[in-house]
Each structure stands twice: as structure tokens, then as C-alpha cells.
Design a protein around this ligand. Structure first.
Ligand code: SAH
Length: 409
């Protein structure tokens, strides 16, 4: 087991003192306690390698005496914790961040002081497409005046050719939002690409994108497997972000017609571009509140064979669930990031004619208490009821074999 020198002060890893196997057991038990009265809970799907998974990392700048420092904020505070070797951050992202800090020192840049409101450097954000190796750097400044900017960028690019785009974000806000409203692209096309299950995605500085690439592929594969798609089916991806689940699902089966719904307009613009980039024409993405869209769709008597929903931690709404009853899809695949709200929503789904079939916890954030869950629900109406043909035994057998092969390499 690896150890971290700043465990006590940082507080980012609640489970750092537990063996990984034990962490998975704890998460599985939590999901089991909440859901086992509703449906069977399968073993938690863990990471092959639980370390260095974060593909999005940001550090804040500050001063210690006269020295410029950078690091992440301690949990629940604005105290900067310096640690160039975090066990969760992708190693290349961390290396780029520490080089940016060293460059800032070399260029004699001053950190922004939240109290006096003076100084320039606020934060730096690094995102990496794990499948493509492309890196994005966003330097968050308190003002657009950046003396020595050209030399700074040149030095960074020379050292890290994987940096494919660099942006400067101007943040004059006084709240704790990382990014301000104005972003200027200094180099590259302002976004990077990544791939999930063979589908390409464009990632902008602000887009929501899952931060653990390998576990996301497992999560989506389980969701798609649960959906049991058949060619020609119509699917809805609610709370779709930049369209990742829906586009991966649509690419897994012939002739799928996909609708994605999401509140964030920028994410919808990205989703549309993602569909185009992958040559997926039978898609439409709509910027709307998911509940409102569902209620309107039910009133218009639209039909969907499968509904995916991946809401934020607060879960979905009774109105969304009641609209599902009216739309009557054969299957619903709920991807949840909070088992408490999932349990609440599953009870409501049961009242509305959808029986949870099974749930699988997936560990997206090793060393933290967070747990994601995929749950399949099937329509109780006799003509809509479908055979559960997901071969989970097969899934775990293949995973075990892969693990054994990896161990013997
Ligand atoms: N499925 C995507 C995003 C999941 S995160 C992925 O896996 O990447 C949840 C998403 O729900 C966010 O993109 C958020 O903007 C969106 N969201 C939050 N409230 C919403 C609402 N009321 N209606 C529609 N989308 C909403």
C-alpha cells in the first residue's frame, strides 16, 4: 500500500488507510444496506489500479512568506497543501502542474491574495484525455495583464509537448468558483479530445467530463449492457452532459435513434459537435430541464424503448418518474452518483410500474467515500416486460481472466 505524506492535513482521501479491497467492501455494503430490500446488489466493480486516476487536476496559488507556492486546498478550507506526488492525480498532470509553479517562480509572478485582492495568479487547471494523451492547461488569472506571457508559454510547451492547448481564464469573482467568465485561447484549438469505448469526445475547459477514464468505461459498459439495446431502438439520455452515455450506447448497436437532454447549453453544444465528429447522424440534443422535457414528451406522446438517466447527486424528481410511466419505455437504466437518492427514486419508480432488477456499485473515486451505481429497471406491463439477458457471470469471468493475465505478465 502506498502512503501519502500529507494525509492528515489534506483530507482529500478519507479511505487512504484502508486496503483497496476493504474500501470496495465498505462501498458495496453501503449500497447493499440502502438497496437490497429493492433489488439484488452485485459485487462492486473496482479499479484494476486504484492510484493516479484523476485526469482533471487543479491547484491554487498562494504565498508562504515571500515564496510562491501551489497545491490543492485542504478539504473544506482555503489552506494550500503542497504535494507534488498526490496518489490520485495523474502523474503527468501533476508533473505539468509542478513545472508551471516552477516557471511562475522563475518568471517572478505573484499569487493573487483573496484578502488584499492583489496579485495575478489564482489557479491552474490541467485536463488530460487519457485515450489520446492530449493535455489542456488553463491558467486562471485575476487580470488579463500577464507580463512575460509569450516566454512562459514557450517554456511550458518546450518541456511538455503533450500540451495541445493553453487557455487563460480571467476570474475577477470573489466567490470560490474556479473559472471566471472570460476565457482566451493562447495556443491550440481551446479544447482537447478523448476517447471512451471507441467514441471520440471534445472536452472544453468548462465541460463536465468524468475524471476516472478507465472506471468510466466500465460504468458505461455496464449501463449499455443493462440496456440490452436492439437495432432500430429509440433511446433517451437524460442529464446527458456532453452526450457520453448516449453516444457510446448508440455506437454499440446498429441504427439507434438517440435523444439527449441536458440543462447546460455549453454541454449541449459539445454533445452536438461530438455526434457530428463521430458521424452519428440519428441524434438530437436538447438544452432543457430533464423533468420538463419528460413531461412535455409524455404530453406529446413520444415513445422511447430505453431511457438512461444520470442525474446529479440530488437524484431525479417524482415528476420525471411519473412522466416515465406515461412514456412507458421497456427499460430504464439509472446511473447514480448517490445511493441515498437512488434508493428514494427506486421506490418511486416501483410505485410507477418499474421494478429494479439489479444494481452494481462501481468505484469511480478510489480512496474517497463516493460510490456510483448502475441500476436496471424493467417495465412491469406484460407487453413491455423483457427478459434480463445481461450475462453478469460472463462479465466478472472476463474481468478475472484479464486480471490474472495482467498479473502473470
Ligand atoms: N451523463 C453525463 C453527465 C452526468 S452529470 C456524464 O456521464 O458525463 C449530471 C448532469 O446533469 C450535468 O451535466 C448537469 O449539468 C446536468 N443537470 C443538472 N440538473 C439538470 C436538470 N434539471 N435537467 C437536465 N440536466 C441537468
Amino acid at each position: 500500500m502506498m502512503t501519502c505524506p500529507v494525509t492528515k492535513t489534506c483530507g482529500g482521501c478519507e479511505y487512504i488507510s484502508q486496503e483497496y479491497k476493504k474500501q470496495l467492501e465498505t462501498k458495496e455494503k453501503r449500497v447493499r444496506d440502502l438497496l437490497s430490500s429493492l433489488c439484488p446488489v452485485r459485487p462492486a466493480v473496482g479499479a484494476d489500479d486504484p492510484y493516479f486516476y484523476r485526469n482533471k487536476v487543479h491547484w491554487a496559488f498562494g504565498h508562504q512568506g515571500p515564496h510562491l507556492i501551489a497545491g490543492r486546498y485542504a478539504e473544506g478550507s482555503h489552506k494550500i497543501i503542497e504535494n507534488d506526488h498526490c496518489l490520485l492525480e495523474d502523474k503527468e498532470c501533476a508533473e505539468i502542474l509542478s513545472d508551471i509553479r516552477d516557471l511562475a517562480i522563475k518568471f517572478k509572478m505573484q499569487a493573487y491574495d483573496e484578502r488584499t485582492k492583489r496579485g495575478l495568479l489564482r489557479r491552474v487547471l490541467v485536463r488530460k484525455g487519457m485515450a489520446t494523451g492530449e493535455v489542456m492547461v488553463v491558467l486562471v488569472l485575476a487580470s488579463p495583464i500577464f507580463p512575460g506571457k509569450k516566454g512562459f508559454i514557450k517554456s511550458l510547451l518546450e518541456k511538455h509537448p503533450s500540451v495541445k492547448t493553453m487557455l487563460i481564464n480571467i476570474n475577477t469573482r470573489t466567490d470560490s468558483m474556479i473559472l471566471g467568465d472570460k476565457t482566451i485561447c493562447e495556443f491550440g484549438r481551446g479544447s482537447i479530445r478523448d476517447g471512451l469505448l471507441g467514441v471520440k469526445f471534445k472536452i472544453s475547459p468548462e465541460s463536465f467530463y468524468q475524471i476516472n477514464h478507465d472506471q468510466t468505461e466500465k460504468l458505461y459498459s455496464l449501463a449499455i449492457e443493462a440496456a440490452g439495446l436492439q437495432s432500430g431502438e429509440k433511446i433517451l439520455d437524460a442529464y446527458c452532459g456532453i452526450g457520453t452515455i448516449g453516444l457510446c450506447a448508440a455506437s454499440s448497436c446498429k441504427d439507434i435513434r438517440l435523444t439527449g437532454v441536458e440543462l447546460n447549453r455549453a454541454a449541449i453544444a459539445d454533445a452536438k459537435e461530438n455526434a457530428k465528429m463521430n458521424g452519428m447522424e440519428k441524434t438530437r440534443f436538447i438544452a432543457a430541464d430533464a423533468t420538463k422535457y419528460m413531461m412535455d414528451a409524455a404530453a406529446r406522446k413520444e415513445s422511447y424503448d430505453v431511457v438512461f438517466l444520470d442525474p446529479p447527486r440530488s437524484g431525479t424528481t417524482p415528476e420525471f418518474i411519473s412522466a416515465c410511466e406515461k412514456l412507458s419505455p421497456k427499460r430504464i437504466v439509472y446511473v447514480s452518483c448517490d445511493p441515498e437518492t437512488l434508493a428514494r427514486d427506486l421506490k418511486e419508480f416501483k410505485k410507477r410500474g418499474y421494478d429494479p432488477q439489479y444494481a452494481i456499485p462501481v468505484d469511480m473515486f478510489p480512496f474517497t467515500s463516493h460510490v456510483e451505481t448502475v441500476c436496471l429497471l424493467s417495465n412491469r406491463k406484460p407487453d413491455a416486460r423483457v427478459k434480463i439477458d445481461v450475462d453478469l457471470e460472463d462479465y466478472y469471468r472476463i474481468k478475472d481472466e484479464q486480471k490474472k493475465n495482467k498479473a502473470s505478465e
